[in-house]
Design a binder for this molecule. Structure first.
Ligand code: PAZ
Length: 326
């Protein structure tokens, strides 16, 4: 089941009780103390006003797809499509624009600053000079040097915090932790929710403990709807933050209608609508003021749509900040 976005009917009704029951029944995060410490350290660094007295802007970029385990000792799971390219590229552009970034990403998906690294098998990119020295082979050495130095630079300055998730249970618990910590930044915080989040899941308590056996015939299981957390994020977790969500469809005839629905239903500031096949070329930025199509600069070979997209969103965030502070 690819549960990128359920049918309209399935998007209705999320009660506080559904949300509570999701969190109550989710297996607790194994590393929640470590995450709390990392968030605290990151915010201590990034909530200090800059020299000119301006508050720092911090964005949480979510990236990659969540999984839905079918067994507690998980052998099988349902996955959601997302390579993580959008989130990784956007993170780089937000950092360039002066934001500190919390990169909440699916383990194993695309990482910031790694996009220009060679596709060749990793070990084929290196060679021994002598027994203790390794060199990057040409033509990869420039790309590898750039990736290492760009990444090192932002980590050193404490501007990038990377938090990995795999399952829908981990993702939503971590998103809640990040959102409630970022609420101290008020309108200076932004959420850029590009992760592909499962719409249906198996509640932990009704999940088989051991590997499901194939001997007992066809598999018949019923999945429960994942409560829509966007409205809670807006209303309770980080009520003053600037919130951007994504809407992915494969049928372009319903895409903009669904984006409009998400905008009004979850009170997002922006919904970025994209179609699976053209997502790297064009997106549509949907706000209460109208719709703007944003395209990759096709005259440049290495250009990507995230470059103009992030520029536009940064402008919109600035207007939001001016409005909030006046
Ligand atoms: O990760 P990627 O670059 O392969 O794809 C990005 C995307 C299509 C997952 C993202 O732009 C998106 O639309 N995320 C939200 C998906 C959804 O509607 O749940």
């Amino acid at each position: 089941m690819a549960s990128q976005s359920g049918p309209e009917a399935a998007e209705e009704h999320t009660s506080g009780a559904d949300i509570q029951s999701f969190f109550d029944s989710a297996p607790p995060l194994k590393n929640s103390l470590e995450i709390t410490d990392k968030l605290k350290e990151f915010l201590d660094k990034n909530s200090i006003p800059t020299r000119d007295g301006r508050a720092n802007r911090v964005v949480c970029v979510t990236s990659g797809g969540t999984t839905v385990p079918l067994e507690q000792r998980c052998v099988r799971y349902i996955d959601n499509f997302s390579s993580g390219h959008r989130g990784a590229a956007s993170t780089e552009y937000f950092l360039k624009a002066g934001y500190a970034v919390i990169f909440l990403y699916r383990r194993g998906t695309c990482q910031p600053f790694c996009r220009s690294l060679p596709d060749d098998p990793f070990l084929e990119c290196f060679k021994f000079i002598d027994k203790s020295h390794v060199k990057v082979r040409e033509p990869h050495s420039e790309a590898v040097k750039m990736a290492i130095s760009d990444h090192h630079n932002v980590i050193e300055k404490g501007l990038l915090l990377k938090l990995p998730f795999t399952t829908i249970f981990e993702y939503l618990q971590m998103l809640q932790m990040v959102a409630t910590s970022l609420s101290v930044l008020g309108p200076h915080a932004m959420f850029y929710l590009a992760a592909a989040v499962s719409d249906f899941y198996v509640p932990w308590k009704s999940m088989a403990e051991h590997k499901i056996q194939s001997g007992s015939g066809p598999l018949d299981m019923s999945l429960v709807q994942v409560p829509k957390m966007l409205a809670v994020l807006r209303k309770e977790w980080a009520p003053f933050a600037y919130c951007i969500s994504f809407k992915l469809e494969t049928d372009k005839n319903i895409l903009l209608k669904k984006a409009d629905m998400a905008l009004s239903k979850y009170k997002m500031h922006v919904v970025v609508a994209n179609e699976l096949l053209t997502r790297k070329e064009e997106v549509v930025v949907v706000t209460g003021d109208g719709k703007v199509s944003v395209c990759r600069d096709k005259t440049q070979v290495d250009s990507d749509v995230e470059d103009p997209l992030i520029k536009l969103l940064v402008e919109k965030h600035s207007i939001h900040l001016e409005d909030s502070c006046s």
